[in-house]
Design a protein around this ligand. Structure first.
Ligand SMILES: [Zn+2]
Length: 136
């Protein structure tokens, strides 16, 4: 029997490009080409100068844990619980929410260094997740 897969994020004209980058293992951050302000999640207009012109940069994938939550319920088919969801402060300054993997919920600490990893589902869907970074 085929098990249920991950619920796919909605992909629109405004954010589909971001998922295309993720599929190539690039963690993209949208950038206004008028004032160079970074923004995430993707959206059409710069909230600083209202320009509609943008490109993006590839983030380093490094950041720190700003906040997190651990999902226990409700449990949807196709996921393994508990699921830790992190709010990551990227070193570029933007914040992103993503699943935190490779660590038990009890071991999570605020401010811990994280790095992006790209998790491919059996159906080929690629999802950026974060895991504890190697300490230097
Ligand atoms: Zn701008």
């Amino acid at each position: 029997m085929q098990t249920a897969g991950r619920i796919k994020p909605p992909m629109t004209a405004d954010n589909g490009w971001w998922w295309e980058q993720a599929a190539q293992q690039v963690l993209a951050i949208q950038r206004c080409t008028s004032c160079e302000t970074l923004r995430h999640p993707p959206r059409p207009m710069c909230n600083r100068c209202r320009s509609l012109q943008w490109d993006f940069i590839a983030a380093s994938g490094r950041g720190t844990l700003a906040s997190y939550t651990v999902l226990e319920h409700p449990q949807f088919p196709g996921y393994q619980y508990p699921i830790a969801i992190a709010l990551v402060e990227l070193e570029e300054g933007e914040r992103i929410t993503a699943q935190l993997v490779g660590i038990e919920p009890d071991d999570i600490t605020f401010g811990m260094p994280l790095q992006v990893s790209f998790q491919a589902d059996p159906d080929g869907f690629v999802l950026p997740v974060f895991e504890p970074a190697e300490e230097n």
